[in-house]
Design a protein around this ligand. Structure first.
Ligand SMILES: *Cc1c(COP(=O)(O)O)cnc(C)c1O
Length: 409
């Protein structure tokens, strides 16, 4: 008699985006002639850049030719791509071996799968609010108790509260944990951790023999040269941190699918042999995954070329100009918000004591603008609201004008 994995039943969220959709449909049914502006999407909207398109095309052309055709590739990812990634890190003063990189089909799968190489009795800490994959995959793996709908949290999980008092970057937990998920620049708050703040986590991890899982998917959105773009810019991180990153937001690869993770050979945990964590991730990937698309990897090589990186920087500037336009708009109506400077997300404080969902309805009905309720990212997201800078310039401008014209504060 087969049985399901009952941990799936514990999952609370997943209702966030369907609920947003339901409320938009309801609004459109009653207001069929009104145009809804979306500032809620965490998805890229602008086309791939010419150099990158050429790289993908070349990757495809190679498959059309008997001399250059290839089937399954190196399980860890094409060596040329891992070498370019090592060079990409070296250019910011981080020295890693190409062998420490693992190419994947994206940062979300890696962020979800990485927990499987650690014991199920490990204690896990997450930022609150957080990108849901860190929480949900640990729920499914059985590292938590039940969801408490009153408090909006899971028993057994340690929540590191991110609020205005700590500029949305928490201190390490006061108690002992084994795995710590960090995301900087942060989705959803747009906050970026400094070297000093990350150093505290590295020190904590080394003291507790804990592992940091650092999601750097928005690293290239950092314009302030004083802020770290990789956890390995922090002393001691190679002994305790895994970094996860992606071509999705860097190059618009959300639909192409390509990411990487770094598991340094120097990383050890309480009961591991030297290099064993690195070997376990290799084992996990070769057992469950057959490598990223060779076409996508060829595109990735083009992204990392000098020309490709230049074009991708322009693409990112385009989104960050959107963020600036949204920021100016919010300021003009007197709304309080954070982020939007080194990250494509703005984290808006709802006016007065409004809940995230109350503000969702207000923004939808008064300004026809859709965002994402902060409470959907964890209990400390209550009273906040995420706006995204991904979108065509015209939609962004229209949305901002609609807020200025319609929102009653
Ligand atoms: C968009 C995003 C990713 C990227 O995921 P992919 O699977 O590579 O598309 C990873 N982490 C965060 C926090 C994100 O917002």
């Amino acid at each position: 008699m087969a049985k399901i994995n009952h941990n799936y039943r514990k999952l609370s969220a997943g209702y966030l985006f369907p609920e947003i959709g339901r409320r938009i449909n309801l609004f459109q049914r009653d207001n069929p002639d009104k145009k809804v502006h979306r500032l809620g999407i965490g998805n890229t909207t602008e086309p791939l850049t010419p150099t990158v398109v050429e790289g993908l095309r070349e990757g495809t052309d190679r498959l059309a030719n008997i001399e250059t055709y290839s089937g399954y590739g190196d399980e860890q990812g094409e060596e040329a791509l891992r070498t370019e990634l090592a060079r990409f890190y070296a250019n910011r003063g981080v020295s890693l071996d190409p062998d420490e990189f693992f190419i994947s089909d994206g940062a979300k799968p890696d962020a979800g799968n990485i927990q499987s190489i650690f014991s199920t009795d490990n204690r896990v800490a997450v930022q609150d609010p957080a990108y849901p994959v860190y929480v949900d995959t640990n729920v499914v793996a059985g590292r938590t108790g039940a969801f408490d709908p009153q408090r909006g949290n899971y028993a057994g999980l340690v929540y590191m509260v991110c609020n205005r008092e700590n500029n949305f970057i928490p201190d390490p937990p006061a108690e002992h944990v084994d795995l710590v998920y960090l995301c900087s620049p942060n989705n959803p708050t747009g906050a970026v951790a400094t070297h000093r703040e990350l150093q505290k986590f590295v020190d904590y991890a080394r003291e507790h023999q804990a592992v940091l899982i650092f999601d750097a998917a928005y690293a290239e959105f950092i314009s302030d040269p004083g802020l770290p773009r990789s956890i390995y810019e922090v002393d001691g991180a190679k002994e305790c941190a895994i970094e996860i990153n992606s071509f999705s937001k860097l190059a618009g690869f959300t639909g192409v699918r390509l990411g990487w993770s770094v598991v340094p050979k120097a990383l050890v945990v309480a009961d591991s042999e030297p290099e064993e964590v690195h070997r376990l991730w290799f084992r996990r990937q070769t057992t469950f995954f057959n490598g990223a698309s060779n076409i996508a990897q060829h595109g990735g090589l083009a992204v990392l070329s000098a020309k490709g990186l230049e074009e991708c920087a322009e693409l990112i500037s385009y989104y960050m100009e959107n963020a600036r336009i949204i920021s100016e708009g919010l300021k003009s109506v007197g709304l309080t918000f954070y982020g939007g400077v080194n990250a494509p997300y703005l984290w808006l404080k709802t006016p007065g004591k409004m809940t995230s969902w109350e503000f969702f309805d207000k923004l939808l009905y008064e300004a026809q603008v859709v965002g994402t309720p902060g409470s959907g990212f964890g209990p400390s997201g209550e009273g906040y609201f995420r706006l995204s800078a991904f979108g065509h310039r015209s939609s962004i401008t229209e949305a901002v004008q609609s807020i200025q014209a319609g929102l009653k504060l």
